[in-house]
Design a protein around this ligand. Sequence first.
Ligand code: HEM
Ligand code: HEM
Ligand code: SF4
Ligand code: SF4
Length: 381
Amino acid sequence: MAFISSGYNPEKPMEGRITDIGPQHYAQFYPPVIARNKGKWLYHEIIEPGVLVHVAESGEKVYTVRVGAARLMSITHIREICEIADKHCGGHLRFTTRNNVEFMVETEEAMKALRDDLASRKFDGGSKKFPVGGTGAGISNIVHTQGWVHCHTPATDASGPVKAIMDEVFEDFQSMRLPAPVRISLACCINMCGAVHCSDIGVVGIHRKPPMIDHAWTDQLCEIPLAVASCPTAAVRPTKVELDGKKVNSIAIKNERCMYCGNCYTMCPALPISDGEGDGCVIMVGGKVSNRISMPKFSKVVVAYIPNEAPRWPTLTNTIKHIIEVYSENAMKYERLGDWAERIGWERFFQLTGLEFTHHLIDDFRDPAYYTWRQSTQFKF
Ligand code: HEM
Ligand code: HEM
Ligand code: SF4
Ligand code: SF4
């Protein structure tokens, strides 16, 4: 297609330039019933999985239908969301903090028409376009990252495993049978973009081999001191190497100190680390961000390595499904996965789930590792 100017003049890039205007004010997009009752809500109820009602002091009600979404979506799909909002909701809608979509209406009849319309829409491949669910003590959307779609540091994909996991746990998106909500998040490298470190179940892409060193380019492409300072275990040091009879400044890595975090590659393009067979996922469990009953918790590594098995990641999805089943059979009402594991003791968690306890799971990172060991005779055989 031929070039079409927006009116921007590359000869005078600063002319007519608009900056620092920030986002649109959210109140511009409120449905009228939300605008009228803002700050005056009395109570709410979950009517059925995916459907909420909020009642205001004025007596007015707003019904919300929550639907799953793939997060990564085409403009065609967004237009269909808009079409639904135009048809049922006066053109209004919103996205949640877990990237679900919520449609709001004012009456129960309108809610039912909306819900049934949403539930009926499918892609040609058969997947539901707008599955209703994600409320209460179930499994809502998976907070996830870019994976092989867009990032350069991943050790696994994001969209692929998320689809595979949601297919496996789909019934729990559309029901509320668990002791408490189970938040699943996925990050494709240990930068942990998103919420893996504070989720009931977190999946994180990991490497198992040290970076390669592109000596010819190291001093050309990188600020070497930055790469040195990027290493959490001080495995990186500057060095000189001989390359085709020429001495060049480069980097040396002490392999036995490297734990393959990939941070030096983030800083220095000459240290690529990804590897088809080496890379895979860890599973972490037991994190939460809310203050309900117990304080927020970090998730903890319970499976040190699962290979990448594109496109459906069967070992990963089966292991997650199994952890959820054991949790839901054993935990008490309101108990988050981390609350449960801490109450029964992690040795019981491993016993009940049958997950293998390997030396990888024992913290060995600096002074704080000590506090994760057991300084007590209290444990169960
Ligand atoms: C040692 C480093 C980190 C610590 C101590 C930490 C701690 C926390 C804590 C305590 C929360 C929960 C906050 C709350 O109560 O809502 C949180 C949430 C979050 N963290 Fe981190 N974090 C760390 C690193 C990171 C990194 C590296 C990223 C991304 C690159 C990240 C992204 C997020 C995001 C997106 C949330 C919000 C999750 C949600 O929406 O529920 N964090 N972090
Ligand atoms: C120069 C650095 C970065 C660039 C150029 C960049 C670029 C992008 C782009 C292009 C997207 C895709 C949006 C989409 O099409 O869905 C994205 C999404 C995202 N990025 Fe970054 N990013 C950068 C740094 C980071 C960092 C440091 C973090 C984490 C701390 C991060 C976390 C995320 C997350 C969580 C998303 C998904 C957001 C969503 O829910 O749609 N990014 N980023
Ligand atoms: S988790 Fe790592 S690989 Fe995934 S998007 Fe974030 S930085 Fe990229
Ligand atoms: S991958 Fe991580 S641990 Fe290994 S050398 Fe690079 S920064 Fe250090």
